[in-house]
Ligand binder design. Structure first.
Ligand code: APR
Ligand code: PHB
Length: 389
């Protein structure tokens, strides 16, 4: 088989990139290991920056998001006693949209066939070949039969555990990796949210986050030790802990209900440099991971894809190679700023096991400074709403 751009990974990054290229008449094939149902079954974050929603608008795939997405003009930081409002709209003139990543993926997936975007699901043994040459290829097994896809470029959108980053020669790739000493226990429940806006809480007992998917579906998280057994957290214990950590005002408004989904995820900061080698380009979680505190994961995948699609479109339309040559540096400049913001907010809002009384005072003082300084709130707001492309 032959195509112009082979994309490995049919998650949000791969689907978004595929649509943007297809819309310009570029031949694209997406090779995805899992079934479509499996991809849609993943519960992920749900705060979209303007960068991300603009791409959906550009593709004309923003219809359901406009109907079901929730416009958010701010969020709260809580320090166990008070709620500190960060008024994003007043401070930056922009807002974020709460619309689950699953829904973004669903919109992109459902539009693939009607728009001639080929997505192969259930591909096994995916391997990259000759990424250093001008005739790279991807091999895989489909229904027990070996396949080989010749292409001009390979875009690795296969997430943190995919094969693309591994296809970069060891002497070329440099990785930066930080694992955090705790995880997030998340619960999804069909109950109304306790707050109209998100609440990030740093409580003596640990971090908590009150979020939502809609006016009738809530998403909550609490920080737990890394090796915490999920079985130790029956719903009632989790609702009790959330009420404590979110404080009396918000905690008192929590509506309880049975968990639709409950799981523990580790937190990590990770970057692979460069994000390109030869004809292989990395985008999204294949190249970087952020702790979910700053809600940057999907949004960073979107900005990578905005840069990469622009570069590939210019190559095919005008034979210009500078976008491709500059892709890695351009994407990494935004990646590192988002890594910094996510790391900073994680440090501010979590109880670190090796933290001492002084560290706690530093967190309380920083939250007090944010509460009293519009400049401090503006710095947080402009990062949360998304730095310009
Ligand atoms: N072959 C083909 N596909 C693969 C392989 C493989 N060997 N390995 C992984 N994949 C697929 C996965 O099944 C998944 O559907 O690549 C896709 C990667 O999607 P994501 O992990 O969602 O990463 P990305 O598209 O970059 O989106 C980033 O997703 O995980 C969240 O927090 C993350 O919000 C961020 C967003
Ligand atoms: C979520 O709703 O899942 C969510 C929201 C904001 C975050 C992380 C997760 O920072």
């Amino acid at each position: 088989m032959r195509t112009q751009v082979a994309i490995i990974g049919g998650g949000p990054a791969g689907l978004l990139l595929g649509h943007l290229l297809r819309a310009e008449g570029i031949a694209v094939t997406i090779i995805e290991r899992q079934s479509a149902a499996h991809v849609l079954g993943r519960i992920r974050a749900g705060v979209l920056e303007r960068t991300t929603t603009d791409l959906l608008v550009r593709l004309g795939l923003d219809g359901r998001m406009r109907q079901e997405g929730l416009r958010h003009d701010g969020f709260f930081l809580a320090d166990g006693e008070r709620l500190i409002h960060v008024d994003i709209a007043a401070l930056t003139g922009r807002h974020v949209t709460v619309y689950g990543q699953t829904e973004v993926t669903r919109d992109l997936m459902e539009a693939a066939a009607p728009r001639g975007l080929a997505v192969i699901h259930g591909a096994a043994d995916v391997a990259l070949h000759d990424v250093d040459s001008d005739r790279p290829a991807v091999s895989f097994t489909l229904d027990g039969r070996s396949q080989r896809l010749e292409c001009d470029f390979i875009c690795g959108c296969d997430g943190f555990h995919g094969p693309s980053r591994q296809a970069m020669p060891a002497h070329v790739a440099r990785v930066f990796d930080k694992a955090y000493p705790f995880g997030w226990l998340g619960i999804l429940a069909d109950v109304p949210p306790c707050s109209d806006e998100l609440i990030y809480a740093n409580h003596e007992r640990g971090f908590a986050l009150a979020s939502m998917r809609s006016a009738t579906r809530s998403r909550y998280y609490i920080q737990v030790p890394l090796d915490e057994p999920l079985a130790d957290w029956p719903d009632e214990r989790l609702w009790d802990e959330l009420a404590l950590r979110l404080g009396p005002e918000a905690g008192g408004r929590i509506v309880r209900g049975p968990a639709i989904e409950k799981s523990i995820a580790p937190l990590r900061s990770f970057v692979c440099e460069p994000m390109r080698h030869g004809r292989l380009f990395l985008a999204g979680d294949a190249a970087h991971i952020v702790p979910p505190t700053g809600a940057k994961g999907l949004n960073l995948a979107a900005s990578d894809v905005a840069y990469l699609s622009d570069a590939l479109i210019r190559w095919y339309a005008k034979g210009e190679g500078d976008g491709l040559a500059g892709y890695s540096a351009r994407a990494l400049a935004r990646v590192w700023k988002s890594e910094r913001f996510s790391w900073q907010l994680t440090r501010l809002m979590h109880r670190f096991p090796d933290g001492d009384a002084f560290d706690r005072r530093m967190q309380v003082a920083e939250l007090d400074y944010i509460a009293s300084s519009e400049a401090a709130r503006t710095a947080i707001a402009e990062n949360y709403v998304g730095l310009p492309l």
